[in-house]
Ligand binder design. Structure first.
Ligand code: ATP
Length: 335
């Protein structure tokens, strides 16, 4: 059986689907290596099957000893993973998981303004959001500066994602249910969890995590970005895998595409999109990449840097129910 993502050796592998011949017929079963850490990007148009692909990987990982899937679920589409043994959580994280210098940006303030500087100072002074609010209230800055900073922090409290006893690095299969959570707040959660997973593995503790991020574009432009970048560039050495799924390949930083060792391309819109995403990996196929990406829902061309090959695959249908229908990330009240 083909195992994508490794050149040789054995060890655990995740069921992915079946080979898809050029004429569209289904062939042998295909699995994806999970014996080593990977960084993967999953791209494709809306409705092309990206979430299903993430769910299939997460389901497989739920059954692998020593591996732990952590799914970032902005739309409530992965709640069904309960059926595979995952815990679905409305996540809370510690306020001090966000570096003080990033607090102004997180609450929509420019760090160079008085109110932005006050928010950063509050974060430096204390590790909790309640403490930050107190710090601002007791500050001798101008009333206007205190009012703006205080209002922003009060809104951040309404997000209800900060808690001194918050989650840092799940050690069991977990779905982070962020449906309806404001995008800035969801970024804070992803930032904290991505950093927590990395730091725990750097300390050589805990199982090997796979952070699976749906709608990744929402996190690549926000506070989660530095932590995701670190996982992409340095996560594999300590054993952290990351999978980013997005319908906006243009939102993927160049590092994401170049650092990934696996690229799963579902149906894309334009030839430009397709060529840009594949980049140098275009050499893995004969002829134009655009002609090789299958058009059917759930079908994909999987580029594997380990073998420098691309595989046409029909991804299996997820076994757990799709838990969608929930709202997308909410608004944060700042815009
Ligand atoms: N491999 C597959 N086999 C069978 N059905 C699939 C497969 N992949 C996706 N589907 C079905 O197609 C629909 C869209 O799939 P999915 O939600 O995974 O797409 P998506 O690319 O994540 O969409 P969006 O960009 O809106 O998040 C769903 O109803 C799903 O069940």
């Amino acid at each position: 059986m083909t195992v994508i993502g490794r050149r040789e050796g054995d060890g655990p592998a995740l069921p992915l689907g079946r080979y898809r011949a050029r004429d569209g017929s289904a062939g042998a079963r295909v699995r994806l290596d999970c014996a080593r850490p990977h960084a993967a990007c999953v791209v494709g148009k809306r409705g092309s099957g990206k979430s299903n692909t993430l769910a299939v990987l997460a389901e497989g990982l739920c059954g692998v000893a020593g591996a732990v899937p952590v799914v970032v679920d902005p739309m409530g589409a992965f709640r069904g993973l309960r059926g595979a043994g995952a815990t679905v959580r409305e996540p809370r994280v510690r306020a001090d998981a966000i570096p003080p210098a990033e607090w102004p940006g997180l609450v929509g303030l420019d760090a160079t303004t008085g109110s932005g500087a006050l928010v950063a100072a509050a974060a430096r002074a204390t590790g909790t959001l309640a403490g930050m609010c107190d710090h601002v209230a007791g500050s001798d800055a101008s009333p206007d500066t205190c009012r703006v900073a205080g209002t922003r922090l009060a809104r951040a409290r309404e997000w209800d994602v900060f808690d001194p006893a918050g989650l840092a690095a799940p050690t069991e299969p977990t779905v982070l249910d962020l449906a309806g959570v404001p995008e800035r707040a969801a970024n804070a959660v992803v930032r904290a969890v991505a950093a927590g997973l990395y730091e725990r593995r750097v300390a050589d503790e805990g199982p090997l995590p796979w952070l699976l991020v749906d709608e990744a574009h929402a996190f690549l432009g926000g506070a989660a970005r530095p932590a995701l970048d670190r996982l992409l560039t340095r996560g594999r050495a300590p054993g952290v895998s990351v999978v980013l799924a997005t319908q906006r390949p243009d939102a993927l930083p160049a590092t994401a595409v170049s650092q990934a060792d696996l690229l799963v391309a579902h149906r894309l819109t334009g030839r430009a999109d397709t060529g840009a995403v594949a980049g140098a990996r275009g050499a893995y196929v004969d002829g134009p990449v655009a002609d090789r990406i299958p058009a059917g829902v759930g079908e994909a061309l999987v580029f594997d840097d380990a073998t420098e090959r691309a595989h046409g695959v029909r991804v299996a249908e997820r076994a757990t129910p799709h838990g969608g229908g929930a709202p997308r990330l909410g608004t944060d009240g700042y815009e």
